[in-house]
Design a binder for this molecule. Structure first.
Ligand code: PGA
Length: 241
């Protein structure tokens, strides 16, 4: 079973998210696929209502790093869980690099998700600068250590999204599937957890999705721009073998 996770980011307004969900409801989804959509907070409940009878699950793009209290504008993992979220992205590159999310915050978010019964998808990735300076593994280790050193056991329900920062966004460079696979293998070896699902993300589109999914160590894909457009998303789903 491969995971196909579509992060709609802030690409769609409310009506566009509702329309995309209605269109997806009419689509045939392969049995061997765990399809999950990550709408905006505002569209989340409408999308759940439209798709709850389909073989589709739901995730959120971010959660608060504190569980409850006087935190204006924040939404906790627990609140999202009650609204039907099964997954939450934590530490997405845009949260880390645009919003300045700290390593400590990613750790707290992961712990709050687990406490609330949501599977966190811990997103990690190296920047172009890390890559060019030979610091790729160092950057990944830092993002993994803060979280995995605070987890009790190795059987915790958590997923990893490996997303090289330089490969994210329409028109960015693509990470070739062999390199992505080697990095996934490196993550497995580093964490010494065999059963961990690791998704690949960064410019995944219809033309390259099977290249990634054909690799044993790649358990699924995290899709950004190509998952927020019905035509591109349909094309990608059709390609899945
Ligand atoms: P992209 O985004 O597919 O638009 O590169 C991926 C992501 O940010 O998860």
């Amino acid at each position: 079973m491969k995971h196909i996770f579509a992060n709609w980011k802030m690409y769609l307004n409310l009506q566009e998210a509702i329309d995309l969900a209605k269109n997806l409801a009419k689509k045939e989804i392969q049995n061997n696929v765990n399809l999950s959509v990550f709408p905006s907070d505002l569209a989340f409940s409408d999308v759940v209502q439209i798709l709850e009878d389909e073989e589709i699950s739901f995730g959120v793009q971010n959660v608060s790093d504190v569980p409850k209290g006087a935190y204006t504008g924040a939404v906790s993992a627990d609140i999202y869980s009650q609204a039907g979220a099964q997954y939450a992205l934590v530490g997405h590159s845009e949260r880390r690099h645009v919003f300045g999310e700290s390593l400590e915050a990613t750790k707290n978010k992961v712990l709050d998700c687990i406490e609330s019964g949501i599977t966190p998808v811990l997103c990690i990735g190296e920047t172009q600068k890390d890559l060019e300076s030979g610091n790729k593994e160092k950057a990944l280790r830092k993002q993994l250590d803060i979280v995995f050193n605070s987890l009790d056991g190795k059987n915790t329900d958590i997923m990893i999204g490996y997303e090289p920062v330089w490969a994210i966004g329409e028109g960015s460079s693509e990470c070739d599937p062999d390199t992505a696979e080697q990095t996934h293998q490196w993550i497995h070896d580093y964490l010494e957890i065999d059963s961990l699902d690791i998704l690949y993300g960064g410019s995944v589109e219809a033309h390259n999705v099977n290249g990634y999914l054909s690799k044993n160590c790649i358990d699924g894909v995290l899709i950004g721009h190509a998952g927020a457009d019905f035509n591109q998303f349909s094309e990608l789903i059709k390609k899945l073998s």
